[in-house]
Design a protein around this ligand. Structure first.
Ligand SMILES: [Zn+2]
Length: 469
């Protein structure tokens, strides 16, 4: 990292508050208004320079504790230069400590720290600079004291980064290639320290849901965005657009000057494909609609009003809440399967969250099981039988997919065979409903299945999940 070290709090809180308050007095227009209720209303001025007024809820002391169980809303401004790939973010998270106990630091994840050459301009807690630390993809934010259960703090992060220009390694997650901007996990998001480097293409993320994300995106030329948020306004010159998302684990950006769209419906759910290259567009849209329809019948209602499929810059298929990426240039082989797999993550990852890095079975085995179920592509594994309770860091590149996805999906299918389809699907529906917008994991999934049948599934699960049995 190239960031400059900073000292601890540079101003006493009360003095900072006075200064901030006077800024508000001088520039009342910079305060954050309620979000425009109608798209034609004036764009809200998000993440205004002054982010807090009044005393901080942080009190002296330390507890050496953080949590992912925090209620965090984000107001974010992104300045994106399409030509130079410059990517500047000013994000204010309003965080209420809902963890039930005191915390004294917050851990924010962003892959801009690993892929974007991120330079932190500053990190502020209630308007005061703090001595943050960047470790891997995590910005560790000391609160400078204790935030009691139920108390609220504002954490503002301002960074500059540059999108990559290739698809190599993990670059496809934060890049501009083939005329398309991809930005995954770019908002510094409440999470826990999680290593980004892994020997495979597992998802190194832990992703609690935010009730509200407000975005203002300013671009140097008009861009069409495929983003898992609703557009609320656009400026007359087309260069400033605002968006809002509710109950999402992330907000992902895909953008191109010339995205075209194709739309269909599943009931009242709008399914829309954004693309530059239109080959396979009909197949992709059809597969997406079929998948949503099929999964709703099996595991419960899709939670949003739109489902977006975006042609990404390239790389791999990827899931976001309410949106998936299908990589540019992906041929017709396996296309229905790929769309179906990513769509299945709308239930397993998006609706029911898990620690994707440490318990990939919970989202990948379930998603692959569903995809191969509806596309009738179940098959045997090309790797020898492995444990299914490991983190993504423990599987080789050659066998991660074959063990966690294929063997994991086949294990779920065997559970279904033993307990019967009716009981099996009822158990999955129960699991989804019980953990809707929450964070749970493999152990809960297995126990929900086992508790939903008189058949003893522990005999099936124990050898593959020694960590949990
Ligand atoms: Zn997946």
């Amino acid at each position: 990292m190239t960031e400059r070290p900073q000292g601890p709090r540079s101003l006493p809180i009360t003095l900072a508050a006075v200064i901030v308050a006077s800024l508000f007095t001088l520039a009342p227009g910079s305060t954050r208004p309620a979000v425009a209720a109608h798209p034609e209303a004036a764009p809200p001025s998000l993440a205004s320079p002054a982010t807090v007024v009044g005393p901080s809820a942080v009190t002296p002391g330390s507890v050496n504790r953080t949590s992912v169980n925090l209620n965090a809303s984000y107001a974010v401004t992104l300045a994106l230069r399409y030509g130079s790939r410059a990517f500047s973010v000013d994000s204010t998270a309003t965080i209420t400590n809902t963890s039930g106990a005191s915390i004294d630091r917050i851990e924010l994840n962003t892959i801009a720290a690993r892929l974007g050459g991120m330079t932190l301009r500053y990190v502020q807690v209630d308007g005061v600079n703090v001595a943050r630390r960047v470790k891997d993809q995590t910005i560790i934010v000391p609160l400078g004291g204790i935030l009691a259960a139920g108390a609220t703090v504002k954490v503002r992060v301002k960074y500059h980064a540059t999108l990559r220009s290739s698809l190599a390694g993990s670059n496809w997650l934060f890049t501009k290639v083939n005329g398309i901007v991809d930005a995954y996990r770019w908002i510094p998001w409440v999470s826990r320290e999680t290593p980004f480097s892994r020997p495979n293409h597992g998802d190194p993320f832990v992703t609690p849901v935010s009730p509200l994300v407000q975005l203002r995106i300013v671009t140097d030329r008009t861009l069409r965005f495929a983003i898992n948020a609703n557009r609320m306004s656009v400026s007359a010159n087309g260069l400033t657009q605002t968006f809002e998302a509710r109950n999402v684990r992330d907000v992902t950006i895909t953008a191109a000057p010339d995205f075209r769209t194709r739309t269909t419906y599943v009931g009242k759910i709008q399914v829309r494909y954004f693309y530059r290259s239109g080959s396979n567009a009909a197949t992709i849209l059809d597969a997406a609609a079929d998948a949503i329809r099929a999964y709703q019948a099996r595991v419960g209602p899709y939670p949003y009003t739109t489902f977006k499929v975006a042609q990404s810059a390239g790389g791999y298929g990827m899931e976001s809440p309410g949106m998936i990426w299908i990589p540019y240039g992906h041929g017709s082989a396996n296309l229905r399967y790929l769309v179906s797999h990513e769509a299945a993550h709308q239930w397993f990852y998006s609706l029911v969250g898990n620690d994707q890095a440490r318990q990939p079975f919970a989202d990948e085995a379930t998603a692959d099981f569903l995809a191969r179920e509806i596309t009738r592509t179940r098959r045997g594994s090309r790797c020898s039988t492995g444990l299914l309770d490991r983190s993504i860091y423990s599987y080789s590149s050659a066998c991660y997919y074959e063990i966690v996805y294929i063997q994991g999906g086949n294990l779920l299918n065997e559970a279904r065979r033993r307990m019967g389809s009716t009981a099996f699907w009822a158990a999955l529906r129960k699991y989804v409903a019980a953990h809707r917008f929450g964070l749970t994991g493999t152990s809960t999934l297995l126990r929900t299945l086992d508790n939903s049948t008189s058949v003893d599934l522990s005999k099936l699960f124990r050898p593959r999940f020694p960590k949990y049995y």
